[in-house]
Design a binder for this molecule. Sequence first.
Ligand code: BGC
Length: 562
Amino acid sequence: MPDTLVPTRADSAARRDWWQNAVVYQIYPRSFADTDGDGIGNIAGVTSRVPYLARLGVDAVWLSPFYPSALADGGYDVDDYRDVDPRLGTLEDFDTMVTALHGAGIKVIVDIVPNHSSDRHAWFREALASEPGSRARQRYIFRDGLGPNGAQPPNDWQSGFGGPAWEPVGDGQWYFHHFAKEQPDLNWDDEEVREDFKRTLRFWSDRGVDGFRVDVAHGLVKDLSEPFAPWSEVSVVDRPDGSHPLWDRDGVHEIYTGWRRVFDEYDPPRFAVAEACVHPSRRARYASAKGLGQAFNFEMQDAGWCAADYRKAVDSGLSQALESGSTTTWLLGCHDSCRVATRYGLPTEVGRTPVEVARDWLSTDGATPMLDRALGERRARAAALVTLSLPGSAYVYQGDELGLHEVGDLRPEVLEDPIAHRSGGREKGRDGCRVPLPWSAEPAEGTSFGFGPGGAQPPQPEWFGRYAVSVQAEDPDSTLSLYRTALRLRAELDTDDSFAWLDSVPDADVLCYRRSGDWQVVANFGSEPVALPAGEVLVSSAPVVGGRLPGDATAWLSVPGA
Ligand code: BGC
């Protein structure tokens, strides 16, 4: 990794590359804000909070799926790719939301789920009503079962959410599903499937959507030729050579070349970011200008709270950016992972990442005792000032700007995640980071903390009130105020992509780097205070006293002439 990247940022108001260094706020629509009192957030709820998003200072929002869905997987089971779930609103509500966001200078990215539809999609219903071998079945992945009457699955492969990856349909055939059985995988060898997704991309682009987050972008093309490899082989996924039958096959890029042509029909071209959980050496291709344009870099989300892990994650992200010719992405959490404040507030365990420790904590306990809330929040604030100060895009998961913790002790009967159901309750799944946001400290409207007039699903715990927007907005020391300040400063300071490691604080627990202009960053991952280099402190995640930055803290400085 070279020490310094060459500045590349264009300085134009209506930039075609607006996304390259955008701060993107992820909205999980069902738990963001509810205006109609059914306990499920809706599109009008997003519209009602546009002033909040504008005041926060984000450049774009990414909406997780809001399409008609049985919610077997939180909306990632899509019944109809070109409509809005009636529980969340209408297409007109969507248009109103886009207009309001654009009016506030905020771009709109929507989630596209091409690997699988829901089992309620018209195509899948037609497939079930049709004969084996029929045209309707070709849009999905059907195979004959083994043994008498095809009573055994075609092979021993397992689904990502637990249990077999094949489901019988009663006539000797089985269909393949990577995820829940309500999410049959589409057959991307089928021309109609390919053409229909281009129609969907145009449908939303024509409605003013600026970009797409592509779900499971690395899974569309599969090699299902027989004989099948056994699951013991197929379960080894982290391959650097594209040889896996299900993941990251080279053929997937042909699809994205076609999508790029669709994106380029628009001015400015539509943008896309790939969720591609692939070997880091293979991620750049998803992010290339001929492909989707950008790819998520999950290394920081997986990093332990230590300088070495963060340095490795930064180097890896910046190398990928150089390789792809795009910018990289930084994120600390999303709707699929335990909240960052909680991950960093749990005890560390040698040889295990905070993600792994949190997973165990959730499934065995999930109640507070092991969790040091204050420590987790301190580190999450420090981590935020790192991710928001790096070249590239920063993705912020809703509620992380409040320092929200995971709700680890949701009662089994309110859990919705298929991971919880398919593991027979052994794993809690992802509902704890999807609890609706607290907007006000007093549960004035029904039973929720300002989320909506009819309660919240899953229910908000009593302690959520302390994290409410109404409390934090007035407190200059709150995490919300920290994010607001950092985003405002970033807009002023982040003028080019330059980056260089510095050794101005020689301490193994400290990372220092220079960004554009006079901007320097010092992150202290240790527990002891360190002396900051001379300069003006622009913002810090914890008070700087006598020129010393406390442990578990990050500061942004202006150091002229350094
Ligand atoms: C989404 C998950 C979802 C899965 C299946 C992902 O990677 O982020 O929330 O469960 O795809 O669609």
